[in-house]
Design a protein around this ligand. Sequence first.
Ligand code: GRF
Length: 194
Amino acid sequence: MVKLIGPKKIRIAVFISGTGSNLKNIIKFSLKKISPIEVNLIISNNIKAKGLRFAKFYNIKKKVYNYNQKKISEKRILKDLKSNDIKLICLAGFMKILSKDFIRKFKGQILNIHPSLLPKYKGLNTHDRVIQNKEKYSGCTVHLVNSKLDSGKIILQKKVKLSKKETPLSLQKKILKHEHILYPRAISKILANL
Ligand code: GRF
């Protein structure tokens, strides 16, 4: 019997700073047969990031860099990415801004997820600002990372309607659920075009 071997999966790294629910979801997606990716590396700037526990649980290599000296940390991260043959980086709640130099080296190969309908509400505290401005809709966006904050090419977006009693917390929870659907889709979309 001839055993059919599927196409090789793309090796990706996920960068996190906190809970890592998007990380967990990307890992789960990667384990599906139809998935084009495998998660080979988890990078964090925060040793206390809850999401780091998924490295142990799913047996994935993890590296933590304190980012006190950005240049040195990024140099080491680039080395890790190279030695692990990483072809795509997914930022998932990574709270550090990558240098222009770093981004240039991975041009077109870094994705980020942001909890708003970009270009609206770039930066932090998006949900508070959305509620204060009495917006009817918000959402989430997966975009390519360029040297300007939350400004790279949009890959996919999901619009979400606010309820009348929406609070920043309820909105965050609502949008996060959609992020978990959107990110794997965006990864598949970008890889289809690489
Ligand atoms: C998400 O809301 C994401 O859009 C933002 O940071 C949050 C990370 O959540 N960039 P988690 O750590 O993936 O749970």
